[in-house]
Design a protein around this ligand. Structure first.
Ligand SMILES: [Fe+2]
Length: 413
């Protein structure tokens, strides 16, 4: 039989132990509740604005912190580019890059690594006669964009042109991550993307979300770079806006394009314009009548469009007089949106309603274009060679005799 003092002592020990346990649980709960989750990437990193010896890396984090990028050539001492202040949206401009060389980089938040070590090719200098780029458009449905990104990642293009309709259905900011940056993350982390506005992209606040996520080259005219140009190697790219900007002959954009094409010293000239001037589905004839004379006058080699959800390559077309140069029109709108129907036109060299993407490789005076389906198989290809007159489209150009009507003008839709 226990004496009463011993029972008392045991009861006291239990109650003390209970008190200690409760105190420890409280501390644990407080630690759990008060410790913020580890910062994480919620977008990116992704590359923008390949320019003379510079490229920009953008990313977004789950919390406000000081971001930085460590970067350098493999096997060398890395440099660091940091945010000026703590933020959730981060952008670092990497400078003094050796043109055309492969670099590695890693993104940090408050000094802790947020991304694995990734790589990219530094922008090519003007004298470089090699360049490779890819073209996608109308990216929708997540599965096809993800498939295209994983295939293109292994071909390592220098840049990715997007022909518009980046985010369905309405270009809302909340949809950019699940519909575009997420599915295409693997490619966007290694390859600068240079997009234009599609009709779906301007449905929300005239495209404001598009400009909040993409940092594009200034055109010196408009607050937001709705149209812009940039040079990579011996190629210059002219990226137009026919969805939210005027493009008639008396518009700023038309005069800017005319001046920019006239001043270009690049051997190869490419245009992206959302609605196709020539397609077997639904050609934008107003664009054709206003812009194609400029394309022919200044020797644009290929005009890339989206909007129609198919792949199409035109024969070389010269429509506005013998002094102009024939132009090839390529539609790549097969980024995942439901496919279009078509009725083949005479000017069509190849057309197929298929999901996929285009790759272009330029080497000196030879260009090789390949169209792929979403599994990576080549469905169409063409080789173009620069002639003495600077035209790469001199193989039996298709002359269409449709004179431009006087006084044609165009404005935003
Ligand atoms: Fe579309």
């Amino acid at each position: 039989m226990e004496c009463s003092s011993l029972r008392h002592l045991r009861a006291g020990t239990v109650s003390n132990a209970l008190r200690v346990c409760l105190a420890l649980a409280g501390v644990f709960l407080r630690v759990v509740l008060e410790t913020p989750p580890a910062p994480a990437l919620v977008r990116g990193p992704y590359l923008q604005r390949p320019d003379d010896r510079t490229v920009e890396i953008l990313w977004r984090t789950s919390s406000i912190l000081v971001g930085s990028v460590s970067y350098g050539r493999p096997g060398t001492v890395f440099r660091t580019a940091s945010d000026a202040a703590a933020a959730q949206a981060h952008a670092a401009r990497l400078s003094d890059l050796e043109a055309g060389k492969i670099y590695e980089y890693q993104v940090f938040g408050d000094g802790a690594p947020l991304s694995p070590v990734l790589s990219f090719r530094a922008p090519r200098e003007a004298a470089d006669d090699e360049i490779a780029f890819a073209v996608v458009g109308d990216t929708a449905g997540r599965t096809v964009p993800a498939q295209i990104a994983s295939l293109l990642r292994f071909t390592s293009p220098d840049l990715l042109l997007h022909t518009g309709d980046v985010v369905y259905p309405d270009g809302r900011l909340d949809d950019y991550d699940p519909e575009f940056f997420g599915p295409m993350a693997a490619l966007l982390a290694t390859t600068p993307v240079m997009p234009i506005l599609g009709d779906h992209d301007v449905k929300t606040a005239d495209g404001a979300p598009f400009f909040s996520v993409f940092d594009l080259p200034d055109n010196g005219l408009t607050a937001q770079p709705r149209y812009y140009s940039f040079r990579q190697g011996d190629a210059e790219f002219f990226c137009l806006d026919v969805e939210s900007s005027e493009y008639g002959e008396d518009s700023d954009q038309y005069r800017w394009l005319e001046r920019s094409l006239a001043e270009s010293t690049a051997v190869w000239k490419f245009v992206t314009v959302f609605e196709p001037p020539f397609t077997s589905e639904n050609s934008n004839v107003v664009e054709r009548l206003i812009l194609s004379p400029l394309f022919e006058r200044f020797g644009v080699d290929i005009v890339f469009s989206g909007h129609e959800h198919l792949y199409e390559r035109s024969k070389p077309i010269r429509m506005f007089g013998a002094s102009g140069k024939p132009v090839t029109y390529v539609v790549e709108g097969g980024g995942g949106a439901s496919l279009s129907s078509f009725d083949p036109e005479d000017f069509s060299a190849f057309v197929a309603a298929v999901h996929g993407y285009v790759t272009v490789r330029v080497s000196n005076d030879v260009l090789r274009l390949e169209a792929h389906d979403a599994a990576g198989s080549i469905i169409d290809s063409v080789t173009m060679r620069k002639g003495a007159d600077g035209s790469a489209n001199d193989a039996s150009p298709l002359a269409i005799s449709e004179p431009p009507p006087a006084g044609v003008s165009a404005g935003r839709r």
